[in-house]
Design a protein around this ligand. Sequence first.
Ligand code: ADP
Length: 190
Amino acid sequence: MINIVLFGKPGAGKGTQAEFLKERYNLTHLSTGDIFRFNIKNETELGKLAKSYMDNGDLVPDQVTIKILEDTVNKNPNTKGFLFDGFPRTLAQAEALDAFLSTKNWEVAATIALEADDEILIQRLLERGKTSGRPDDQDQVKIRNRYQEYNEKTAPLMEYYNKQNKFYPVNGIGTIAEITERLSAVVERL
Ligand code: ADP
């Protein structure tokens, strides 16, 4: 069992890298953003709720997000490990994740952060917004709000995991393949 948190600002490439890492290490990819988007597409109650926050670039409330995370983990009891992507995003979520995993005698092995400058990432998101259809990628104001949410609520998690000696920053600028190798080098050392 090896659980990895992929960490980084919006647009850092977590989802892209998760696709490669999950194949290489046989992990279950768990993206809270993907779960919310699936529910929005299918017009579920959760989707309606999530949409009201996501469209503005606000975080979905912790209570809702933590419940979804736990339910999804519970649906995959035989996995070799999870690749958490976009979760945790707040201190409350990180604490809930630790507490929840420990009830199963599991833990987060490493938090690997993809690092890149805001201005590069904002350009990437605007580019993605041309084809992704994501309302939160198409408007500078919403994108700036996501960065503000990140800086206020998510950035403190670096210290949280650093204190546990589980924080591994990786340069997020380069080709997709180069970055996959940088991430894999961390995983191999665990
Ligand atoms: P990105 O990393 O590009 O912002 P995500 O798909 O991870 O893309 O997240 C998109 C949106 O989904 C976030 O802006 C937020 O509204 C919501 N979301 C995803 N994960 C969480 C989470 N762990 N807590 C709260 N909101 C979340």
